[in-house]
Ligand binder design. Structure first.
Ligand SMILES: C[S@@+](CC[C@H](N)C(=O)[O-])C[C@H]1O[C@@H](n2cnc3c(N)ncnc32)[C@H](O)[C@@H]1O
Ligand code: SF4
Length: 370
């Protein structure tokens, strides 16, 4: 298992328009706000300057980082390099929307060290893309991946959604097959969550749009897992699949409760056992004096997170780490024995893992172990 040192997350809260299903912290702010935001963001990166912080992963996410001028991304990465220690083999990812990526942007990202591109593909079906309010079409998604490869990126992720209106397993499989042929190394497949307050949720409530039933989504997901396995994309976390060696370090770091700084609107940090959360209100962030609110996590809270995050992954949760935080195995012995004997989990000297075919009931298993 790769042990991830420390990480940095940078949030870019800008999108050219809002997809119907999304309630991430992002909006189409005017240029004036964008300019101020980047000034503040650079200030925040410098304010926390820490030359003892050795970083093995940087993730520029959003929102849509590819929707802003590439000079901002270059400035951010330069500021990070000047204020933290970046390991020579660090993974540096950026999230892109297929319709806002250009050759110029990709070369600019490459020149400042970005080595992993993540595209929000969601589906390759034009009708489905329209129904969820995406700006791009199938052709743009495929061209974006081809362009990234042409610009020399060999580590490329495509995000997919399961549960889109009109989605069938037939269309999903055909989409995956086309994406795999383009040479992506990683696929994130998320069950579409109908978040309250989104346009899609309103359309569903008003019976203007119908999404596949939960049973159908589970069916599609399970079939997809089998298909991706056949194509050598192993499932290393509930929603993440990759070719061997292309697991996302940043994701893995979160699941191992690695320390990280999160910069920008609505970003969180986890440093020295404490959690820090930034405001998600733009005006407040622009006037932020970096007087962070600190929330110390108790051992019980850390145990809870270790179990919740670890059991979602193929690596599982480390028993020694749990013990160090005071997890009481004696109290849970009967439950653990029962889960193991009924093939819900496997256990060795170091790790407890959810059995591959039981990932669908991970949440229930977690509840039993807490
Ligand atoms: C920040 S976006 C990716 C980059 C870019 N903004 C884009 O959408 O092309 C992160 C991903 O979160 C997923 N996502 C967003 N809203 C979701 C929801 N309601 N349910 C499940 N996944 C969601 C989408 O797959 C999306 O690609
Ligand atoms: S899915 Fe991506 S592009 Fe769409 S609104 Fe959310 S962050 Fe923006």
């Amino acid at each position: 298992m790769t042990m991830i040192n420390k990480m940095i997350y940078v949030h870019i809260p800008f999108c050219d328009s809002k997809c119907y299903y999304c309630n991430f912290c992002s909006a189409n702010y005017p240029q004036e706000i964008r300019t101020k935001y980047f000034e503040k963001l650079l200030e925040e990166i410098k304010f926390n300057s820490n030359k003892n912080f050795e970083v093995s992963s940087i993730y520029i996410g959003g929102g849509t980082p590819s929707s802003v001028d590439e000079k901002y991304i270059q400035k951010i990465l330069l500021a990070i390099k000047e204020n933290y220690i970046i390991k020579s083999d660090a993974e540096i990812s950026i999230e892109c929307n297929p319709c806002s990526i250009t050759e110029q942007k990709l070369f600019a990202y490459k020149s400042c060290g970005v080595n992993r591109i993540s595209f929000g593909v969601q589906t390759l079906n034009n009708k489905q893309l329209k129904q969820i309010g995406r700006r791009h079409n199938k052709k743009q998604a495929k061209n974006a991946i081809k362009l990234a490869k042409m610009c020399g990126f060999s580590n490329i992720n495509a995000d997919f959604l399961i549960g889109i209106p009109n989605q069938s397993y037939f269309s999903l499989k055909s989409n995956l097959s086309q994406i795999i042929k383009l040479g992506v190394t990683h696929i994130s497949a998320y069950m579409l969550i109908n978040e309250s307050g989104t346009k899609l949720t309103k359309l569903i409530e008003d019976k203007k749009v119908k999404v596949p039933t939960e049973d159908k989504c589970v069916y599609m997901y399970n079939k997809m897992v089998g298909y991706l396995k056949k194509k050598n994309y192993h499932r290393y976390e509930i929603s993440n699949f990759s070719l061997q060696g292309f697991e996302c370090k940043h994701n893995q770091g979160y699941w191992q409760m690695t320390e990280y700084y999160g910069f920008g609107l609505a970003a969180h940090s986890f440093v020295c056992g404490a959690r820090y959360s930034n405001t998600s209100v733009m005006d407040e962030y622009l006037n932020f004096d970096f007087n962070y609110q600190k929330e110390n996590l108790s051992n019980e809270e850390i145990i809870e997170e270790l179990i919740m995050l670890g059991l979602r992954t193929q690596n599982g949760v480390n028993k020694h780490t749990l013990k160090n935080y005071g997890y009481n195995y004696d109290d849970k012995k009967e439950i653990i024995d029962n889960l193991r004997d009924n093939h819900f989990i496997t256990e060795d000297e170091d790790y407890i893992r959810v059995c591959e075919d039981k990932f669908g009931v991970t949440n229930q298993i977690i509840l039993k172990l807490l």
